[in-house]
Design a protein around this ligand. Structure first.
Ligand SMILES: Nc1ncnc2c1ncn2[C@@H]1O[C@H](COP(=O)(O)OP(=O)(O)OP(=O)(O)O)[C@@H](O)[C@H]1O
Ligand SMILES: [Mg+2]
Length: 249
């Protein structure tokens, strides 16, 4: 049974080690055998971490769904009770309920698309797509948001097609999230630059680099390793108020 290795000074506390002890007879030069023990250590940390992440994921998903659901139930009660004959309150509450329902729908969409992405996570895309129109389409689609946030978006794309092996829908979502994040969280910088460059990698292969840069506050280094965890947000309140779920990255 793997245990947290708290008893060994040189092993960090958060590693799960499995220790197996097997007696092995070792022949001696006088005939017969000496008893020796073979000890093998298996680091079970990655496995444990996956289990913990799965549990966290279920807890987080339930919590994220419960919050809007609780708001909806609350307002339904109010509408059936005190606010029954108050048209002004009714109008306002229905607006809030609409937002909460939209939020739930979005969360479910995100979760479904996440599981789709995971299903094909190890499948190498076999179609070639042109990145240029994909990025342009995303940028065009986010223009209203850019205008609303008063952010100037500069797009530097090459003229000729840039073909890569990839899935169009997944690439759309990838760049949509990056550019949307830049507009949402970096709006105070007033400027976002999206650029595509191609160059040769050290091994001679062609390398495509897409950069999304904003001039907002950025992300403190201590948050970087955790950004791709599901539901991880630097500032939960800030993200939630902008309709974010922390599933994008
Ligand atoms: N360009 C950025 N500037 C500052 N903080 C950012 C930026 N991009 C992401 N973040 C931080 O990283 C967090 C995670 O980003 P992610 O895209 O996963 O979630 P989200 O945008 O909040 O929600 P969703 O993408 O599901 O709508 C954000 O909540 C935000 O705190
Ligand atoms: Mg996002």
């Amino acid at each position: 049974e793997p245990r947290r290795a708290t008893y060994l000074d040189h092993v960090p506390v958060d590693r799960w080690m499995e220790l197996m002890i097997t007696p092995v007879p070792v022949p001696t030069s006088f005939g017969g055998a000496d008893k020796c023990m073979l000890m093998t250590f298996h680091d079970q940390t990655p496995l444990r971490r996956v289990e913990e992440m799965r549990a966290d994921f279920v807890a987080n998903a339930s919590h994220e769904l419960r919050t809007p659901l609780a708001a909806l139930s609350g307002f339904i009660d109010t509408l059936q009770g005190q606010a029954k004959d108050d048209p002004k309150a009714r109008e306002r509450f229905l607006g809030i309920m609409h937002n909460q329902a939209t939020r739930m729908a979005r969360l479910i969409d995100d979760l479904l698309s996440l599981s789709r992405v995971e299903l094909s996570a190890h499948v190498r895309p076999d179609t070639l797509v042109d990145l240029v129109p994909i990025i342009r389409q995303v940028a065009d689609g986010l223009e209203p948001l850019a205008r609303e946030r008063q952010v100037e978006v500069e797009i530097h794309l090459p003229e000729p097609p840039v073909m890569i092996a990839g899935d169009r829908e997944e690439l759309l979502r990838l760049f949509e999230n990056l550019i949307e994040n830049a507009l949402k969280y970096g709006a105070s910088g007033g400027r976002v630059i999206v650029s595509l460059t191609s160059s040769a990698a050290p091994d001679g292969a062609q390398e495509i680099r897409v950069m999304v840069r904003d001039f907002g506050p950025g992300i403190a280094p201590e948050h970087l390793p955790r950004l791709t965890e599901r539901f991880y947000r630097v500032d939960v309140g800030d993200s939630r108020s902008q309709g974010g779920t922390g599933l994008g990255l």
